[in-house]
Design a protein around this ligand. Structure first.
Ligand code: 3PG
Length: 305
């Protein structure tokens, strides 16, 4: 059977080799398309039974072009790039690989925080993290890794997640909060880890950001869709002390950079999960999950049940 690995943003070469080894050892064939176009995807998927992707958009058109497709594995956590309803309609199982790239994303949170607190290394006097407070919005795999690292910096940590009990947070040395307004008003830094869903889209805007304490920094390694860009822009205009760092460029990135200069920072391309380790872990997990599903219907991480 053919498993297509289609990644507009390629995995590290060592991860690609490991993925190929896993697929070949199972008796299946891998086709690799890196930096491919939409046309390349529609062509390559025609005879694929399995499909491994990252943030690549997999919609009904792709599934219609893939009559043999049985399983799609998103090598990563967020699956908002995949049309789950279309997959269900086509009888295709969709899985993600939870946790496999979460440390990489969490480390980037601090990479961007430290850079912003040191004034993007412009030689002026910055500030430290020790003793400052961090609010983690969603306490899943990435949020928990963020908390673990924050402890090392000596930060005070709060988290909000309606799906996680207070006991679980307290066991990690994190103070639970139950109101998003409190999370924003009580923390010097707020780090977003919510998925992009109809409920969370545009949910972080003017009112919340304006609640942040003086010199607050909002950190986004989640999705750009969760930000209400107009609201954030207004808040940054009214509060010259506030800063925003993001691993996902806003749609109006150039305008933000022009208006707010060194108070904002955006990675050129989503880089949170772009480490050799995360590529290896997520890629190999995706290969193993695809094979297990094709072999005997293993679907532990199915997201379109
Ligand atoms: C994820 O959802 O796993 C992260 O956002 C990483 O996405 P990427 O594979 O596109 O880098």
């Amino acid at each position: 059977m053919k498993i297509l690995v289609f990644t507009e943003k390629p995995f590290a070469p060592a991860a690609v080799k490991a993925i190929a080894d896993v697929i070949n050892a199972s008796g299946n064939d891998m086709e690799l398309v890196e930096r491919g176009t939409r046309a390349d995807l529609l062509n390559a998927v025609k005879d694929a039974e399995g499909l491994i992707v990252r943030s690549d958009v997999i919609d009904a058109e792709v599934m219609e072009a893939a009559p043999k497709l049985k399983v799609i594995v998103r090598a990563g956590a967020g699956y908002d790039n995949i049309d789950l309803q279309a997959a269900t309609n086509h009888g295709i199982c969709v899985m993600n690989t939870p946790g496999q790239n979460s440390n990489a994303v969490a480390e980037l949170v601090f990479g961007m925080i430290v850079m912003m607190c040191r004034n993007q290394y412009n030689g002026t006097s910055g500030s430290e993290l020790k003793g400052k407070s961090l609010g983690i919005y969603a306490f899943g795999q990435v949020g928990r890794n963020v908390a673990r690292i924050a402890k090392g910096f000596g930060m005070k940590i709060q988290a909000l997640d309606v799906f996680v009990s207070d006991e679980v947070m307290e066991a990690e040395g994190v103070t639970p909060v139950h109101d998003v307004n409190e999370l924003f008003s009580q923390n010097d830094f707020v780090s977003l880890h919510i998925p992009a869903t109809p409920q969370t889209r545009n949910s972080i805007g003017y009112d919340l950001v304006m609640k942040m304490p003086k010199n607050g920094v909002l950190v986004n390694t989640a999705r750009k869709e969760v930000i209400d860009e107009e609201g954030l822009k207004k808040a940054l205009e009214e509060r010259p002390d506030l800063r925003y760092v993001s691993d996902i460029k806003p749609a109006a990135a150039e305008e933000f950079e022009k208006l707010f200069a060194s108070r904002v920072f955006f990675t050129p391309k989503k880089m949170g999960a772009q480490t050799a380790e995360a590529n290896f872990n997520a890629g190999v997990a995706a290969a193993e999950q695809s094979i297990a599903y094709l072999k005997d219907g293993w679907n532990k991480f199915q997201v379109n049940k």
